[in-house]
Structure formats: C-alpha cells, structure tokens
Ligand binder design. Structure first.
Ligand code: NAD
Length: 331
C-alpha cells in the first residue's frame, strides 16, 4: 500500500505521503496507512519495537529464524510467515532488525530473501547496525527491483525501544524520509535524516565507538572508587552531578546494585550483547582504516570487547565489562 499511497500523493501533485500530510482519521488514506507492516528480527530490540507499531494500530507480518521469537506475536493475533520473501509478498513496508551484515544480506538477498518477492514501490527500512558498504549494496539491489531501501540504525537500548524513545539515524533518498518517518516515529522520539544511504550507519558506528569507550571508562572509575572504599551508589551520584557524567554512568550504570531496571541489576542479562558491541567496534575499526582516521581508544575498546567474547562474556550485556575488570584484578 506504500506504493498506492505514493501514487495518491503523485495524483494530487504531492510526490510523497508524510506525517504532515496525514489525512483525517476515517478517510480512505487514513485507513490505508494502517495496512500491514512487515517486521523481520524479533530479538531484544525488534520485539519491543514491533510492539510499539502494534500499539499504533499497525497489523504486522512477522518473521524470525528463531520461531520462539514469533510466538508472542502469533498469540497476539499477528501473522507469522515462514521466510523474508513471504513477508515481502504480504507487506510493502518492511522493517528489519538483525544482528549483523551477514544476517541482513541473508534476509534481503538470500534464497528466500525479501528481494525474491518484493513489490515495486515498497519501502524497506533496515534498522540493524551493519557495515555502511553493505547498506549501499543492498540499496542498489533493492533499487533494481523498483523499491526503496533506507538504513535507519537506532540508539537508545532496550529501555528506549520499550518506551518508544529510540533515536533513528536515517540514510537514503531524502524524498523518502517522510514516508519512513511515519513508521519510525511510532518507535522513536528522534528520527534524524543523515544524508545518502549508509550515512545512518556511519553516525551509529561513531556513537557506539564513543559508547564503548565511555562504558569501559565508567566501569574503571567505578571499580577504582569502590577499591578506594567509596560506596558505589554514592560514587555514581557524585559522578552524575560532576563532569564525568555520561549515559553509562547515569542511565545504564554497570555496577550491580547502583540502579534498578538495567542489565547490571539482572546479572547482565538482556540489553546490548557484548558480541554486538565487539561487532560495532569492528565496523568502526574497518571504517577508520578505510578513511585513515586515528581511533586509538576505539581500537583498544575493540580489543577489550573481543577479549571479553573469548572469555565467556559474549551473551552478557556490554556493561559486564565491569565484571570482566573485576576478574582481571586477580592477575
Ligand atoms: P538480537 O540478537 O537480540 O535479535 C536479533 C534477532 O534477529 C534474533 O531474534 C534472531 O533470531 C533474528 N535473526 C537473525 N538472523 C535472521 C535472519 N536471517 N532472518 C530473520 N531473523 C533473523 O539482537 P538485538 O539486540 O535485537 O540487536 C539487533 C540490531 O540492533 C543489531 O544490529 C544491534 O547491533 C542493534 N542494536 C542493538 C541495541 C541493543 O541494546 N540491543 C541497541 C542499538 C542497536
């Protein structure tokens, strides 16, 4: 229906439908805007993101390689299908939220990928964090099929995904941004247009490199303070009213017992996996090499997260770097 909405816009002299142009509730186009949205990848992030689309009244066409991830949605009456191609057959607006570049390539270009059955005029939004070069390649393939691809990776973590307060960094053709914003605005409070396809990924990679560095720094500072005899809650309070304050210290503190509702309060379960952080730092490393940019602390952070994966932390949230440092203390 995205295509017909665009045709609707074209007929009225407006090339694209946008939130600003949203028709009155109950009109044909308002009803048409609630046609099914495809969602592929219902993991830590995709699950709450898809639920926010449901809350906004969008029926979903769901697929995940891990069938258990779909069960909750099936129980809620959403349609679960057996491949990304089947999603593309039934929905012409699709969001993908997958772990890595390889998974995204599989979901789009694989034997049963989206491109096998994508309809002309479809809007495909990839919110996974992947290599910007892969986003550009996927965009070319999608364009050949007469559809539109945008990269829209997110920042904010599982909490923001649940509350619908993610930040989306969007790359792609600017004229398509409004159409993407209609869906992304249901899941995020900030939807930022970054430029050509791949620039959303570029912004995301820079953010996550800084996040990794600040998380390691917070864990080191908290651990040192504790060893110097400070109460961790008091130290966190002081950092958060001082110049050392950052997201890792005030929203996602890595020390168990300092905050509720964060992975450190739950044995580092859920959240943003250490493997995913190591992957993002690898993307930063590759980008730094290709652009000849010095990233000394980014490279060190990459080594630390890779080492954590090798030492059994891969399934834990990335704030478990605090626990990792504690274990290193014995050496
Ligand atoms: P996750 O591993 O929890 O979920 C990914 C889901 O994708 C899983 O359910 C998996 O079964 C499914 N999947 C994998 N390959 C598939 C395929 N080919 N087809 C269909 N489904 C497939 O990962 P996540 O934490 O939800 O992260 C998703 C993306 O978002 C990653 O790129 C990550 O870097 C990024 N991200 C995560 C967070 C976070 O806090 N978790 C925050 C920002 C960005």
């Amino acid at each position: 229906m995205a295509a017909s909405l665009r045709l609707l816009g074209a007929a009225s002299g407006l090339r694209y439908w946008s939130r600003r142009l949203r028709p009155a509730a109950g009109s044909f186009a308002a009803v048409a805007s609630k046609t099914p949205v495809g969602f592929i990848g219902l993991g830590n992030m995709g699950n709450p993101m898809a639920k926010n689309l449901m809350k906004h009244g969008y029926p979903l066409i769901i697929y995940d390689v891990f069938p258990d991830a779909c069960k909750e949605f099936q129980d809620a009456g959403e349609q679960v299908v057996s491949s990304p191609a089947d999603v593309a057959e039934k929905a012409d607006r699709i969001i993908t939220m997958l772990p890595t570049s390889i998974n995204a390539i599989e979901a789009y270009s694989g034997a049963n990928g989206i491109l096998k059955k994508v309809k002309k005029g479809s809007l495909l939004i990839d919110s996974s964090t992947i290599d910007p070069a892969v986003s550009k390649e996927l965009a070319k393939e999608v364009e050949k099929m007469g559809a539109v691809f945008m990269d829209a990776p997110v920042s904010g973590g599982v909490g923001a995904a649940r509350s619908g307060n993610l930040t989306f960094m969007v790359g792609g053709v600017e004229d398509e941004f409004a159409a993407a914003q209609e869906l992304l605005g249901c899941m995020g409070s900030n939807v930022v247009y970054c430029g050509a396809v791949g620039t959303g990924q570029a912004a995301k990679i820079c953010n996550n490199m800084l996040l990794a560095i600040s998380m390691i720094g917070t864990a080191e500072a908290m651990n040192l303070g504790i060893r110097l005899g400070l109460d961790p809650k008091l130290l966190a309070k002081i950092l958060n009213m001082s110049s050392g304050r950052c997201w890792s210290s005030d929203t996602y503190n890595p020390v168990p017992g300092v905050m509720d509702g964060v992975p450190s309060a739950n044995n580092y379960q859920g959240g943003f996996g250490t493997t995913l952080m190591a992957k993002d730092l690898g993307l930063a490393q590759d980008s730094a090499t290709s652009t000849k940019s010095p990233i000394l602390l980014g490279s060190l952070a990459h080594q630390i997260y890779r080492m954590m994966c090798a030492k059994g932390y891969s399934k834990k949230d990335f704030s478990s770097v605090f626990q990792f440092l504690r274990e290193e203390e014995t050496f």
